[in-house]
Design a protein around this ligand. Structure first.
Ligand code: KG4
Ligand code: ZN
Length: 382
């Protein structure tokens, strides 16, 4: 499946972005707009999704993903160039996702980008995938008033960042909250698997939940009453008891909810007539009830963080930001709190290379180019 969307109105070409961190092979051509408030123009944005291939395994199989990237990358990059109307000689630099992600998948993009930069004699720029998701908000929405609180919520991450202006016009991204266990997208995918709904779970649960009663099953909300004993050194630890309690209130947890759904489904399967399974109405109720808990947990913490840090805007990015209920409820909360809300269009919510090109341009202008020794890093820090 090759998705492609492009904008017309061609001026000078700039950067080619390449993204292969998980199961989407993506390439895009992005240019400077000359407008400081809305700095980038997406010339082309091509995504080859492997979802159909991984569906039969119920999730992404890393080895299959990297092999499929090898098959797809040439044609995806060629399509991005031809859609944009650019020639190879128009490109000023190549931007590529260095991490975080699946290392085999990342290596395909990184090796391809290095070879291309070397053969065209132009600079290479490395980009952090999560920075890409955050800056995807600026591509369409324009610069966010800072400080901003941004939730990056996908299959691999549920992280809250405080975005401020750093040196050289570069943004600072401070991790202020994250999940203790599963990412929200991972919870969607696992719940979909146990309901027999296939992979990826987010879009199908989103669709079925619209027909269900979100109060039908009282699934539990995670309560963070104790410190996370497994916490790594990533979250900037505040000092003092009150501050520790405040930072705990910005943490997420979805594995208890997933287990509650699993127990409930097992129990209902025992109760209903053997062989007939759960009715479609009951499955819709479970989806809606599960989704109500996920969405409220995400928004409670995001808007609490916004108040706590005096944010002037709020953003939600990453695959789960495509969720229709999350978008509606986030818009209502932002209106209530009188804060501007930034959400990506559906094309930029899930993994894409336009966001990698955009961050690549920003880094290129700041002189932050990479050497041809660049290596993929599965758990690259911001
Ligand atoms: O950002 P992304 O494309 O890849 C990662 O970096 O993980 O996010 C993929 C995740 C999957 O877990 C998928 O189920 C979830 O985003 N997702 C959604 C929706 N569309 C995709 N979750 C909830 N509702 C959706 N509509
Ligand atoms: Zn992503």
């Amino acid at each position: 499946q090759l998705k492609s969307c492009l904008q017309t109105d061609l001026t000078d070409m700039d950067i080619l972005g390449i993204e292969t961190s998980c199961d989407e092979t993506a390439a895009a051509v992005v240019s400077d707009s000359g407008n400081r408030l809305r700095p980038w123009i997406v010339r082309s944005n091509v995504v080859a999704s492997q979802a159909d291939i991984h569906r039969e395994w119920g999730g992404v199989v890393p080895e299959i993903a990297s092999r499929q990237h090898v098959r797809d990358i040439c044609c995806v990059v060629e399509r991005a160039i031809s859609d944009s109307g650019a020639n190879w000689s128009d490109l000023k630099a190549i931007a590529v996702t260095q991490g975080p992600g699946l290392v085999g998948s990342l290596l395909v993009g990184v090796s391809f980008a290095k070879s291309l930069a070397w053969s065209l004699g132009i600079p290479l720029v490395s980009v952090n995938h999560l920075t890409g998701h955050i800056e995807s908000l600026v591509i369409e929405g324009g610069l966010m008033p800072l400080p901003a609180v941004v939730l990056v919520v996908s299959g691999g991450h549920t992280n809250l960042y405080l975005v401020t202006l750093g040196e050289n016009e570069q943004s600072n991204y401070q991790l202020i909250g994250r999940t203790r266990d599963d990412a929200a997208g991972e919870a969607y995918d696992k719940v979909a698997t146990l309901l027999g709904l296939g992979y990826p779970g987010g879009p199908v649960i989103d669709r079925l939940a619209k027909k269900g009663n979100d109060q039908a099953v009282p699934f539990p909300f995670a309560r963070m009453t104790h410190d996370d004993r497994n916490a790594g050194p990533v979250v900037d630890q505040p000092v003092g008891l009150a501050a520790t309690r405040r930072s705990r209130l910005l943490e997420f947890s979805f594995s208890g909810l997933k287990t509650a759904v699993k127990r409930y489904v097992q129990q209902r399967n025992r109760e209903v007539d053997s062989g007939s399974g759960l009715s479609s109405g009951e499955v819709a109720d479970i989806c809606a009830s599960f989704q109500r808990v996920v969405v409220s947990s995400l928004l409670d913490r995001t808007f609490r963080a916004a108040r706590q840090y005096g944010a002037r805007s709020v953003g939600i990015a990453g695959g789960v930001s495509a969720n229709s209920r999350l978008r509606v409820d986030a818009t209502a909360r932002a209106n209530q709190e009188e804060l501007p809300l930034f959400l990506p269009s559906l094309a930029l919510a899930t993994d894409n290379a336009a966001m990698i090109g955009a961050v690549g341009l920003k880094r290129y202008h700041a002189g932050l180019t990479a050497s041809l020794d660049l290596n993929a890093q599965a758990s690259l820090a911001m």
